[in-house]
Design a protein around this ligand. Sequence first.
Ligand code: AHR
Length: 520
Amino acid sequence: MFAKTLLAAASVAAVMLAAPLASAETVKAAGTLKSDQPGAVINKYVYGQFSEHLGAGIYGGTWVGEDSPIPNTRGIRNDVVAALKDLHVPLIRWPGGCFADEYHWRDGIGPRDKRPSRKNNWWGGSPESNHFGTHEFFDFAEQVGADAYVSINVGSSNPTEMREWIEYMTSPGDDTLAQERRSNGRDKPYKVPVIGIGNETWGCGGAMTPEYYSSEYRRFQEFYHKGADNSGARIAVGPSGDDTNWTEVIMKNIGNRRMDGISLHYYTLPTGNWDKKGPSINFDQQAWVDTFDRTLRLDGYIQKHIAVMDKYDPEKRVALYVDEWGTWYDVEPGTNPGHLYQLNTLRDGVLAAANFNVFHKYPERVQMTAIAQTINVLQAVILTDGDKMAMTPTYHAFKMYVPFQDATMIPLDITAPGFTLGGKTIPSFNASAAKAKDGHVYIGIANMNPVDGLNLTIDLGALKAKGVSGQVLTAPKMDSLNRPGAKPEVVPVDYKGGKVKGSTLTLDIPSKSVVVVRLD
Ligand code: AHR
């Protein structure tokens, strides 16, 4: 094992776009798999998605309408549904985001031609036709095979509106709201396993203090009437980034009986500057390092929030829902700045895997996450352009990690050498392991080193394995990408770099890559 240091003059880095600064070497590292000390189950909801009424996330990306020439089922794109089914998407959070706190559910039910058109004030002032409403969302989720996570308007609404929407969606009875749902075409109640009571109430969801919000939360949740028809997990708005004061006040004032989860939002901006976040393509190696440096901060933030939660909830009843995460770059030039459209490169794929490896460390608390956002917005898994669709590098990382859904975490102790550039050091790689429902042990590795390959030796301990197979996701450039209508540059291929000898697994892993292997 050795620490590798690259010191490059900033002026040189600035002119080199997406090209390696140093010739490749192989970093050696070792790890130990503790297969005799299994951890908790990695909840499949950790692989959740977030779909907001924002830009072309819903309109164009998900919903094209029944009369569209783009192949669809009841208005929902067939290509997108097929791609998401392959990801085994467990949960979709909807309708926002900031949008949720201006959303009135009655706008989105009944005959579409009678639904009001509103202004989407948060996202570019674009028209909101309301053609995608409650029934269309559940149709989408059911076509994909995902559970629903519905975000309730707390910021500009009241508990009555929430209660009536919940009743409309979930009541099996003969009450007027259930009858109304039936008259709109849905007999059986919808299942709402997760409900978010507000979104970012510290910001776009009402600019509240944590003290004020906790009172609001208690009021709203009282009228939620958690019970047989509404058994959904109640998620309180949690902190942004490392705001542990917010977590502290919420945990203290709400307690661990009135809520089932608390959210955490964290976005990765390469520069950390909201006015100039950095581009999604044509970035240099320093931007790569800065991006990983910032994304890995989430690990420390999760630990800090868990420490606060442990104080008020030692029984671990309350889960941590990282229900908005991912990269946030400058919008693609020429697109509406309010639509948050960005391209998605190999960097995003490796970053997604690095975050999965972090989430897997805390299976008891981190019970759900949702990447922002599913289609055409921020770190999208899918990009569309008219009738064309691309599965992004982030999509492929999600697909490679499918076996981790509901798998049992197995501790994997590793020491990762650092990669240093411009005074910043990131770990060359991170990794996680789990025993999947198919009985096999899987190991996922994100090699964040943009230059060097990795030779990783893992002591398998008590685990008996005869062979290893898997997939690798990499590409020639840091910003190789997949975009609609163009030949994809980043696609997973069979991985041939592993071997097992006795109780030792050796993996040769290319630079800037994701590898997921299965032990046979
Ligand atoms: O994902 C985009 C926005 O980011 C969401 O609407 C909001 O919750 C967050 O600030």
